[in-house]
Design a protein around this ligand. Structure first.
Ligand code: CP
Ligand code: NVA
Length: 302
């Protein structure tokens, strides 16, 4: 029986495979920008299960499948039996018997793991409370196209020890860079994910210390999806954690700024930084399309 490969975290591909995927994403970007038609996924279908909102992820996967010659089906728990309590295992068996790949955005990471266990086709994690690996493919592509190889560089993560932070920890392992995380007390990354990152990962409560000498500064919202009711409390806890001009001045002069978006100007990032010359957030966002096309090709075309 053919082994099905899933992409639930960055650890599901080897460092060599990830590097090849980022290179391929750049090629697919050039093909797309040249207006060339490339349809290796003709007649293939991606099932897209969204339990949380999305702009970039939904549009990039849908457009990506169309551009690769295939199609996609947008599924929400509200409109399917998933929302009425049909077991994940049963849903996975049925859905995966009808589509060629499944993409899931949900809350608990255990949901994507369970779905993958019972799926006959590749399952892609399109964000859980634990990880957001697809975003890291786009971020790594954006770094490569602006500055070259990220190996040996220093990345500063400023803010919550959340799903994006965890995926940055995994990226530091897979792409071999140093990650300096600054988080308020009480907002630490998951202890196991952090420990597995080894001595490449450093944590501090000082944004200035984490940013010092960094090649790339990254932040994210203070309250993630599902934490909306904590917004006010978090605004207090994250005071002093805004990425602004003063903080950017502590990084290397040619440092880049990234944010997975959506962003809150005036909270985790100042308008002057996100809309300024060091910000590559629009390339980063566009690369969701190209990097995920490379991922779909990698998982579905053998
Ligand atoms: N960055 C990201 O995943 O954006 P969406 O929530 O809009 O998909
Ligand atoms: N940490 C954010 C990322 C959004 C793309 C969230 O989970 O809401």
């Amino acid at each position: 029986m053919k082994t099905v490969r899933h992409f639930l975290s960055l650890l599901d591909l080897s460092p060599d495979e990830l590097r090849a995927l980022i290179k391929r994403a750049a090629e697919l970007k050039a093909i797309q920008h040249a207006g060339e038609i490339y349809e290796p996924l003709k007649n293939r279908v991606l099932g897209m299960i969204f339990e949380k909102s999305s702009t970039r992820t939904r549009i990039s996967f849908e457009s990506g499948m169309i551009q690769l010659g295939g199609n996609s089906i947008f599924l929400t728990p509200r409109d399917t039996q998933l929302g009425r309590g049909e077991p994940i295992a049963d849903s996975a068996r049925v859905i995966s018997s009808m589509v060629d790949c499944v993409m899931i955005r949900t809350f608990g990471h255990d949901i994507v793991e369970q779905f993958a266990e019972y799926s006959q086709v590749p399952v892609i994690n399109a964000l859980t409370d634990l990880y957001h690996p697809c975003q890291l493919l786009a971020d790594m592509q954006a770094y490569a196209e602006h500055r070259g190889d990220i190996q040996g560089k220093t990345v500063a993560w400023i803010g919550d020890g959340n799903n994006m932070c965890h995926s940055y920890i995994n990226a530091a392992r897979q792409f071999d860079f140093t990650l300096q995380i600054a988080h308020p007390l009480g907002y630490e990354p998951d202890a196991d994910v952090l420990a597995a990152g080894g001595d490449r990962i450093r944590t501090t409560q000082s944004p200035a210390e984490a940013t010092s000498g960094a090649d790339l500064i990254v932040t994210d919202v203070w309250a993630s999806m599902g934490q909306e009711e904590e917004q006010t409390e978090r605004e207090g806890s994250f005071e002093g954690f805004q990425v602004n001009d003063e903080l950017m001045a502590m990084a290397k002069p040619d440092a880049l700024f990234m944010h997975c978006l959506p962003a809150h100007r005036g909270e985790e990032v100042s308008a002057s930084v996100i809309d300024g010359p060091q910000s590559v957030v629009w390339d980063e966002a566009e690369n969701r399309l190209h990097a995920q096309k490379a991922l779909l090709e990698c998982l579905l075309v053998s």
